[in-house]
Write a protein that binds this ligand. Sequence first.
Ligand SMILES: *[C@@H]1O[C@H](CO)[C@@H](O)[C@H](O)[C@H]1NC(C)=O
Ligand SMILES: *[C@@H]1O[C@H](CO)[C@@H](O)[C@H](O)[C@H]1NC(C)=O
Ligand SMILES: *[C@@H]1O[C@H](CO)[C@@H](O)[C@H](O)[C@H]1NC(C)=O
Ligand SMILES: *[C@@H]1O[C@H](CO)[C@@H](O)[C@H](O)[C@H]1NC(C)=O
Ligand SMILES: [Ca+2]
Length: 384
Amino acid sequence: MSTYDSIFKYYIWLCVVVVSAEKSEVKVKIDQLEKLILQNNEQLLQLEASWNAVRSASIDQTEAPCDTYIKEQRSQLSACQAQAKATAEKLKENEDSCEILLYNLTSCRVSLADREDQAQVSELHLQLKAKDDEILKLRRQSNDNLLKLRAEQLKLRAYDSELEEFLPQNCLPFGSATGIYRIKLPGMDTFYVPCDARFAGSGWLVIQRRMDGSVDFYRNWTEYRTGFGSLNGEFFIGLEKLHRLTAQQPFELFVYLEDFEGEVRYAHYDNFSVGSEQSFYQLNSLGRYEGTAGNSMALNVLQKFSTADKDNDSWQEGNCARRYNSAWWYASCSAFCNPNGKYFKKRQLSSTTRGKGIIWQQWHGFEETLKFVQLMIRPISASV
Ligand SMILES: *[C@@H]1O[C@H](CO)[C@@H](O)[C@H](O)[C@H]1NC(C)=O
Ligand SMILES: *[C@@H]1O[C@H](CO)[C@@H](O)[C@H](O)[C@H]1NC(C)=O
Ligand SMILES: *[C@@H]1O[C@H](CO)[C@@H](O)[C@H](O)[C@H]1NC(C)=O
Ligand SMILES: *[C@@H]1O[C@H](CO)[C@@H](O)[C@H](O)[C@H]1NC(C)=O
Ligand SMILES: [Ca+2]
């Protein structure tokens, strides 16, 4: 009897851990089992009682004829034994079904645990989904921000181009600063120019410089129109820019010269202006000369610009630009200057290179070349 009790205890303990639905199902089965076992108990008790009754009866009837009596008792006993056997079989059946129930309960628990895992997994799925949503939201936000940024960049560019209109038109506003600055002329993109306050006061805009021979100045019309070289070193600003600059307002020109002995001289003109490409960038005016190097540009006034591929000089027989490896407002080549000539690293020229170097005829003639040249311009109002 006590083994079944402990089985029931175990069942009850198991039932506690099972979810309510399964719990009630199991409880019904347990109730049925309980009833069965109670019935068995009663039957067993009855058997015991009737066995005891038979035993006392047999003791009471010792005087009855023994043989028949014993026979009767034996058949009764075997009937009892059969009944006991049947009862034992029933109990065994119950035991088996209890085992099955136990097994089912265990698998029930296992599947419950599985479901718990699944719940955890689906919880993770939910969390993942939430993260995905968050990422999507962030992506949208960052896209929005990108669009906003682009809009701001466009605005900035618009402001920039508005600001460009307020950029200086020459080096005057940069005062005594020496450096490379951005300027803006009407109808033209902004561009950079060197401003130089070292040689002749402040506000000078450098338009040409020779200093070491690092840049080839024997170039064609297109290149002289556009300009070339390095703003930090040797360069030519370009005829179109020269025209646009000097068409705006009157400019003065300062030619700074240095020879190989380190001597410095200058030529200053007070009304420098260059015509448009239609006039072949004619040197419209120079104004009055003043200086220490001599007026070697005098004959260039009202001359067109000439390059090796565009002969606009007044020399009928040939091209001065080709003859002197250069490009300039040549007249008939003689009595001139040649700031764009070939750079020689020594002063003295030979008979074959005569006039082909950086010449300032009124100072060193045709046979000697210069070490450093810088042409600069400045609005006339500044010199007052
Ligand atoms: C045990 O589970 C099996 C299959 O799930 C079922 O067929 C059987 O009836 C169950 N037995 C009991 C005693 O609950
Ligand atoms: C001018 O020179 C540049 C550089 O050498 C060259 O690319 C261009 O074709 C030349 N232009 C003409 C018109 O010869
Ligand atoms: C400067 O030269 C231009 C011609 O290019 C002339 O019209 C102007 O009057 C000159 N200015 C002065 C101050 O001489
Ligand atoms: C300038 O040079 C070009 C090209 O060589 C030529 O066609 C034109 O006639 C010249 N103009 C003058 C005024 O010399
Ligand atoms: Ca010619």
